[in-house]
Design a binder for this molecule. Structure first.
Ligand SMILES: *Cc1c(COP(=O)(O)O)cnc(C)c1O
Length: 226
């Protein structure tokens, strides 16, 4: 007998409906205390130092590349098997995506091929944990041979995946998560950036709110509508 697993249909039950209703009833939509709580809980689940919630994983990838200073003239190595967001985020900062081969057995980027594609223009590598499987991060680090090249994880498929080094998203300079309805878990639309770097986290927190530092809640305490 064939069993169909509805991977693209989110489970929405009483608990989710109640949670959504309480948010709507609070009339506090968007950035607020609940987003902060979401970041804290996500960080606790995957053992991350910083989690910065953003609108989706595409934005997370783009913002992270920008925050790391990846720019026009740079090259970013991405696997040839991924969703369009990965190379599009590279194009959005003006850099050039350079596609590398994936391994036949698991569709993950081939570190040996990454090594072959490194040039003096290579600024970053985006490791996509395809289908929930985690790339060989130590082989990838070896492939970079000590060069100053950022490693980003595109963990859009891999929230909750874990290897001996830790959870997907916590294994490199920064990791990007997706909470789109077709991903592992969802909050409708959503994404997050994971990093252990305090300065990068601070920059990303400012960037996601177009450079405005004050939390909307504290501005609203003065009675000004945000
Ligand atoms: C879905 C997906 C993204 C983009 O996620 P969004 O939250 O929809 O922007 C990025 N990378 C991969 C590998 C994906 O599958």
């Amino acid at each position: 007998m064939k069993i169909r697993i509805p991977v693209y249909r989110p489970t929405i039950e009483e608990e989710e409906l109640r949670a959504a209703r309480s948010v709507l009833e609070s009339r506090w939509l968007g950035m607020g205390a609940l987003v902060e709580e979401f970041e804290k809980q996500t960080a606790a689940v995957i053992g991350a130092r910083h989690v910065i919630a953003v609108s989706n994983c595409t934005a997370a990838l783009w913002m992270t590349l920008q925050a790391l200073g990846v720019k026009a003239g740079d090259e970013v190595i991405v696997p040839s098997m991924t969703y369009v967001s990965t190379p599009q985020a590279v194009l959005a900062v003006g850099a050039k995506p350079v596609f590398c081969e994936v391994r036949e057995q698991d569709l993950l980027m081939d570190p040996e091929d990454v090594a072959r594609r490194i040039t003096f223009k290579t600024a970053a590598v985006i490791a996509v944990h395809y289908g929930g499987r985690i790339c060989d991060m130590s082989a990838l680090r070896r492939a970079l041979g000590g060069k100053k090249i950022w490693i980003l994880e595109d963990a859009a498929h891999a929230f909750g995946s874990r290897c001996t080094e830790g959870y997907a998203g916590t294994l490199a300079d920064a990791g990007c998560l997706s909470f789109d309805p077709i991903k592992n878990i969802t909050c409708g639309e959503g994404g997050a950036i994971v990093t252990g770097d305090d300065a990068l986290a601070a920059r990303l927190r400012r960037m996601r709110n177009v450079g405005v530092d004050t939390a909307r809640q504290s501005r609203n305490q003065t009675g000004v509508a945000a």
